[in-house]
Design a binder for this molecule. Structure first.
Ligand SMILES: Nc1ncnc2c1ncn2[C@@H]1O[C@H](COP(=O)(O)OP(=O)(O)O)[C@@H](O)[C@H]1O
Ligand SMILES: [Mg+2]
Length: 250
């Protein structure tokens, strides 16, 4: 099994696909096989960059190359609780903190990483071509439609989205398990899982976060959007990035 060297590691998450995550005391190790090393190294560089900006997140403690050809990225444990573990009573304040931290992230400059729409769509085309779309990531409505048709919908909307593009530094997978909060103050203690961090349309993050608040917390995302500063988001772009995201995993 893919694991970091040494004793005392507990598996946190055995990845369905390419990575597995382990914990030992106050560090986490994310490990991959040979095919995943470039992607994991790209995440490591993003964690280091985010740490350099002063925004809260993990720090890279070590990078281990395994005899198998795989690698492990070792990071400091972010304190607090992931968003999906917060008590319902905490959610409203957490939503405001989340809006604030995304606003700060999106205001950063000089980010060396890009995630252009063209390359994200190319990834989706590849996933659909390989028939590798994970139905678990689709809504009931979308599951009734062939993935190629979903992709065609994305492609048809692309010119509109490009005509109003607002490039900012996006997290890229801003779902609740990837954002940690202090359970008392409900301030954000860290952003993790940064493999997709890069300059992209601000709606990449707004789309994923608002749908998570709706699906996981049954919450009206109003307080989040007000705190972020876009109280009346563009529904076309929210829909576009919600539809595109599930086509890019697999
Ligand atoms: N540095 C960290 N601090 C706290 N928790 C972490 C850290 N790294 C990973 N985790 C935990 O492990 C889980 C999986 O790690 P993550 O980097 O999000 O991988 P995945 O891509 O599989 O979602 C996270 O949801 C979180 O609970
Ligand atoms: Mg994650």
């Amino acid at each position: 099994m893919l694991a970091p060297p040494g004793d005392g590691w507990t598996a946190v998450e055995i990845g369905e696909s390419d990575t597995s995550v382990f914990r030992r005391g106050d560090v986490f190790a994310k490990c991959c096989g040979p095919a995943g090393v470039a992607e994991l190294a790209a995440e490591r560089d993003r964690i280091e960059w985010l740490a350099s900006t002063g925004l809260p997140g993990a720090t890279v403690v070590d990078w281990l190359e395994l005899p198998s050809g795989g690698a492990c990225q070792v990071t400091s444990a972010v304190p607090g609780l992931p968003g999906d573990a917060l008590a319902p009573v905490s959610r409203e304040r957490a939503m405001r903190s989340l809006g604030g931290i995304l606003r700060e992230l999106h205001a950063l400059t000089d980010c060396p990483f890009e995630r252009p729409l063209a390359s994200v769509i190319a990834t989706a085309e590849d996933v659909v071509r390989r028939d590798a779309v994970n139905p678990a990531f689709l809504t009931d409505e979308w599951r009734k439609v062939a993935p190629a048709e979903l992709l065609a919908e994305v492609v048809a909307e692309r010119p509109y989205v490009e005509s109003v593009l607002e490039p900012v530094v996006c997290h890229g997978d801003a779902c609740l398990p990837n954002i940690f909060f202090d359970p008392d103050t409900l301030e954000v203690t860290g952003l993790i899982d940064l493999g997709r961090l890069g300059v992209a349309d601000r709606y990449v993050d707004l789309a994923l976060t608002t749908i998570q608040l709706h699906d996981e917390w049954s919450a009206d995302p109003g307080p989040f959007l007000a705190s972020y500063g876009v109280p009346n988001p563009d529904p076309r772009r929210l829909y576009f990035f919600r539809l595109l995201d599930p086509l890019t995993w697999g």
